[in-house]
Design a protein around this ligand. Structure first.
Ligand SMILES: Nc1ncnc2c1ncn2[C@@H]1O[C@H](COP(=O)(O)OP(=O)(O)O)[C@@H](O)[C@H]1O
Ligand SMILES: [Mg+2]
Length: 1057
């Protein structure tokens, strides 16, 4: 190995993943290695195929789905140590090679056993098949945990697709070491079909710590279910169970002084546990029955007894709070006097008669406690049986199984009692099994591989197991004997018996033995066993009692006679028909039987081990207390584990895998070895100078004695790998750059070809364009030449035509000159004119417009008759006007004259003129002509020819006052009369009117301007002003009258002045 030299320690920097490779194999190195790994969050380490798990007390990303699938179907040494790796290995061995498996998880309370068992189930659930039925089975198996096991506090696996394992339980409680400590041992066999899908399971429970029901140390709690029930049940349910919500109301929950745990929500957990029970298949009424018993235990705990002295001087007792018993009896369905009797008395049966003895207050309390413990522990066993009923495999057919044993580890307390003794016995048995199986396996492997077996030094604990369990001589046998022996037996007599029988045993010590007589560390009432994992001192007090585990028969009867269906099931010995005088088996012997059953079961399976270690006592993450770990490493016998595992060769591997890993260390085997793998390994070892005594060549595996050999090879491999990496990099870079070069060359060719194509095309297009231009010019030139020629030809043709026409004209004129008179032309023209005129006039006659002077239409003439047409139109219009006038009589004519005069005067000059056009000028608006008075007056003044009469408003020029008066116009004068009396106020001869004035607006005013030189009174007054609705008529008529009288039309002023 000289050539292997090098930095052996390199491999140790991150901690060794397999303790078998530890060199030197010493406790310190072992602990150092664990610590180094723990600090790098590597909580798992192997000893061969055993996993050491150090509780991290914190959530690490080790349990995700990705991690599961990383470990799935991988070789155990390929990835860092993990529970998944050994679970996968076990699962595949079971599925593919039909080898039943078991996983034994051990470690002290709080070391992470229960969590480890969940991790295993999580893995199995994730990698096994899917489907409605399978999922249901998985769910039931997973939910059995919460019911029995308990709440999960730090949430490692929470959220990791692991059917929420938090929750409360019947079997777990808070202890000072673990808030969720399992207070029972559990072995769960999961059964699989031929495909490896889970189909069911069986759970076995071991030794529930029932003393916890009646007593808890400071800082500890009773089983979780009590607190969960009290805080989680709704008020009506609590009432039906006759319970109070406050846990402090119950004596059994008061001892520990901490009914609440910070990190636990009991209320929520109660709901969850109920759901879990429903998933498993518990019916609603079964749930109530279970909780009734839980309630009874609490209520019985509150019953107190008081001492009384009987007449015969013996001690007796009486019940203080009978009402509590009444309520319990209500729940259990029994008569309270029966239960009180059973609690206060004890019947002693002989073959002939039965005698009833009174119990003292202390005895009665003891009996009550025994009853409570019995009810709770039997209820627990019933729950397990009930869960088993649900998860038991229903289908027939061959099954494979994988067992998970989560059992309390070795316990060494300050005071150790019967429970620790039993637990440590169990651990001794497990260690024994481990040794047996590991050595057997080792031996079998050596034989199978044809390697010589070398005996190794390791401690075999079979002697200790014998000391405890040997028939007739073992400590358990003596304990039983002491319990069953008639006469006065006490814990002390038991100790004396032990002293007399075991003192010579090298693993037994007590003050009664000569060798330890003066050992003051050993109390007088105790004995010490040197277990494989260390010495434990057991106080004998209570051994007999706990082993007897007596429940007075009267109480069994009382329980059986209750109508509560569960009680009859769990207290079968209370049935009077079945009762026998035979004592029930003691707790110790029962446990021994079940442990041996368990061992037998485990021996039929391939074992896998998980050893859990607690790094500190404070549940604190990141804290690694060496002393505490060392203590556990010792009592878990981990050093022993390594020694046994290395009992020959520290390392072994299949040739192919080994060669594959190390072939680069020898030029002959690298890169390809053409011989067999075994020959390859031999060549490799020869080259490396590994001596024959350092290794052995098996049939399929190479065995290496010393881990140092492997480390050296690992180091060399590491260096070689670096070289290889460089080589690989070199080759890769060369290849990479060649690829780049090839790609660039290809690109260059491509670019060149594209460029050439582009250039050629451009040249071609230029030539084509030039050719087209040339063609165009040529064609243009040819076309122009042709055009010129054609034009010339056309001119020639035209010239010929003209010459020809002139020639023909000249010829015709010459020929016809003699035949025409010189005046023929104008006469023809004249004739044509006449004919046209005639035709026009004839047509006009047919289309003349109507005779109405207002009709504007007139036929459109041909252009030559335009001026003629205008003249004719005027003539025609005048003619039809004439005709219209002639058709009218004198009166109409006069009226028309008046209207025409009005039009002349006012058209376009006064705004209210157009309104007057359609009104006929009636003249006599007041019918004056018929008035006889007027007739007479008119005769007098010669005004008979009346033209106008109407009431008008005469305006006084001085004050602007309006006076209604009758205005009369006659042919001779203008008269103003009083409208009633018709007396003439003024009479102005027509000829006196000089002129008239009006405004152009809407008003109805007219001013008559009179001649200034007139002699009349009135005329002296000057002009006068009046307003009338018929102002237009008055003015028109006045103008005509004046014109008639003076042959001069008086001027009418229309203006704004
Ligand atoms: N793998 C783990 N990762 C994180 N925390 C853990 C792990 N194993 C255990 N723990 C913590 O330790 C506590 C005790 O574990 P548990 O399995 O109940 O101990 P045991 O069953 O050995 O008494 C758990 O509640 C949890 O907080
Ligand atoms: Mg546990």
């Amino acid at each position: 190995m000289s050539r292997l030299g090098g930095a052996v320690e390199n491999g140790l920097h991150d901690g060794l993943s397999d303790m078998c490779l530890l060199e030197p194999l010493e406790e310190d190195a072992f602990i150092d290695n664990l610590q180094r790994r723990f600090q790098g969050d590597q909580i798992y380490t192997y000893i061969g195929s055993v996993v050491i798990s150090v509780n991290p007390y914190q959530s690490l990303p080790l349990y995700t789905h990705e991690v599961i699938f990383q470990y799935r179907s991988r070789n155990i040494y390929e990835l860092p140590p993990h529970i998944y790796a050994i679970t996968d290995d076990a699962y595949r061995s079971m599925r593919d090679r039909n080898l039943d498996q078991c996983v034994i998880i051990s470690g002290e309370s709080g070391a992470g056993k229960t969590e480890a068992s969940k991790v295993i189930m999580q893995f199995v659930a994730a990698v096994s098949g899917k489907g409605a039925n399978i999922d249901r089975v998985k769910e039931q198996l997973l939910q059995s945990n919460p019911v029995l096991e308990g709440l999960y506090i730090h949430g490692v696996i929470k959220n990791k697709n692991f059917n929420d394992f938090l929750f409360t339980a019947f079997g777990n409680a808070k202890t000072t070491r673990n808030d969720n400590s399992s207070r029972f041992g559990k072995y769960m066999d999961i059964e699989f079909d031929y495909k490896g899908d889970p189909v069911g399971g069986v759970i076995t429970n071991y030794l529930l710590e029932k003393s916890r029901v009646i007593w808890q140390s400071k800082g500890e709690r009773n089983f979780h279910i009590f607190y969960q029930l009290l805080s989680g049940a709704d008020t009506s349910f609590l009432k039906s169970l006759k319970l109070l919500r406050n846990p402090e109301s119950y004596a059994f929950l008061r001892h520990g002084g901490c009914s609440h745990i910070e990190s636990v929500d009991d209320k929520h957990n109660f709901t969850v546990i109920k759901n879990a029970m429903k998933v498993i298949g518990f019916k609603e009424n079964e749930l109530s029955l279970v909780f009734q018993l839980v309630a009874c235990v609490l209520k019985l705990g509150n019953i107190h007894f008081q001492h009384i002295s009987n007449f015969d001087g013996t001690d007796g007792c009486k019940l203080i709070n009978e009402e509590e018993v009444d309520e319990v009896c209500d729940l259990l369905g029994c008569v309270s006097s029966d239960l009180i009797d059973a609690l206060r008395h004890r019947s002693v049966r002989t073959n002939t008669e039965t005698v009833q003895m009174d119990l003292s207050a202390t005895e009665a309390t003891y009996a009550r406690d025994a009853l409570c413990k019995a009810i709770y522990s039997r209820l627990f066993s019933w729950l397990v049986a009930r869960i088993n009923d649900s998860i038991r495999v229903k289908s027939r057919g061959k099954r494979k199984s994988m067992g998970v044993l989560d059992i309390y580890g070795f316990e060494i307390f300050d005071t150790n009692s019967f429970e620790q003794f039993i637990i440590n016995f169990c651990n001794e048995k497990l260690q024994q099994l481990f040794i047996e199986l590991t050595l057997r396996e080792e031996q079998e492997e050596y034989i199978a591989e044809g390697v010589q077996w070398i005996n190794v030094d390791y401690f075999n604990n079979a002697v200790i197991c014998d000391l405890i369990e040997k028939n007739n001589q073992g400590i358990l046998a003596m304990l039983d004997e002491e319990c069953l022996r008639p006469g006065d037996t006490t814990d002390q007599t038991f100790l004396q018996k032990l002293n007399s029988l075991c003192c010579t045993h090298q693993h037994f010590e007590s003050r009664g033995c000569r060798k330890t007589q003066s050992d003051r560390t050993l109390p007088l009432d105790a004995f010490r066993l040197i277990h494989y994992a260390g010495a434990v001192t057991y106080k004998v007090t209570g051994f007999l009692d706990k082993n007897n585990d007596l429940l007075f028969r009267d109480l069994s009867y009382a329980m059986f006679s209750c109508s509560h269906p569960l009680l009859q099931l769990i207290f079968p010995e209370g049935n009077p028909q079945r009762s026998s005088l035979k004592r029930p088996a003691t707790a110790g012997s029962q446990f021994k039987v079940s442990v041996n059953d368990l061992m037998r079961n485990l021996k039929t399976k391939c074992p896998n081990y998980i050893r859990c270690i607690k790094p500190n006592d404070y549940k604190r993450p990141g804290l690694f207390v060496k002393e505490i770990v060392l203590h556990q490493v010792r009592y878990l016998g981990l050093m022993e584990n390594v020694r046994v595992r290395r009992a020959g060769y520290a390392f072994r591997q299949i040739y192919e895998q080994f060669l594959y890993r190390y072939k680069m260390l020898c030029s002959d085997t690298w890169p390809l070895w053409h011989g067999t793998a075994k020959e390859g390994v031999a060549r490799l070892f020869a080259k490396l100078g590994v001596h024959d005594q350092d290794c052995a060549f098996g049939v399929t595996k190479i065995f290496i004695r010393n881990p140092r050999t492997l480390f050296c090879m690992e180091d060399m491999r590491k260096l070689k790998m670096e070289d290889l990496a460089t080589l690989l990099q070199k080759i890769w870079r060369g290849w990479h750059h060649r690829q780049i070069f090839l790609r660039m060359r290809q690109s260059q060719i491509h670019i060149a070809s594209v460029w050439r194509k582009y250039r050629a095309r451009k040249e071609f297009l230029r030539i084509r364009h030039a050719a087209i231009v040339l063609c165009t010019y040529t064609r243009g030139w040819k076309a122009r030449r042709l055009l010129k020629r054609l034009r010339f030809e056309r001119q020639c043709v035209w010239a010929v035509g003209v010459i020809r026409k002139y020639f023909f004209g000249w010829q015709v004129r010459k020929e016809y000159r003699c035949k025409f008179r010189a005046t023929a032309g104008p006469r023809i023209v004249n004739f044509l004119h006449n004919a046209l005129r005639h035709r026009y006039l004839m047509r006009l006659r047919e289309h003349l417009p109507s005779l109405s002077p207002t009709d504007d239409t007139w036929p459109t003439p041909p252009i030559i008759f335009h001026s003629l047409s205008e003249q004719l139109r005027e003539i025609h219009h005048k003619w039809r006007c004439e005709k219209f006038r002639n058709a009218c009589d004198q009166a109409t004519r006069n009226r028309m004259r008046e209207k025409v005069t009005a039009s002349d005067l006012f058209f376009d000059r006064k705004i209210n003129y157009p309104r007057s056009v359609s009104h006929p000028f009636i003249g006599d608006y007041v019918n004056l002509r018929q008035n006889s008075k007027w007739k007479k007056t008119a005769c007098d003044t010669n005004d008979q020819h009346l033209v106008f009469a109407d009431i008008v408003m005469k305006i006084n020029r001085r004050n602007g006052k309006m006076v209604p008066q009758l205005l009369v116009l006659s042919t001779n004068a203008l008269l103003v009369l009083d409208q009633r009396t018709l007396v003439i106020k003024y009479r102005i001869p027509t000829s006196e009117v000089e002129s008239l004035s009006l405004s152009p607006f809407w008003d109805k005013l007219v001013i008559f301007h009179l001649k200034k030189n007139g002699g009349d009174v009135l005329t002296k007054k000057g002009d006068f002003l009046l307003s009338s609705d018929h102002v237009i008529e008055i003015v028109a008529k006045t103008v005509l009258l004046v014109q008639n009288a003076t042959s001069r039309r008086p001027p009418v002023y229309i203006g704004t002045q």
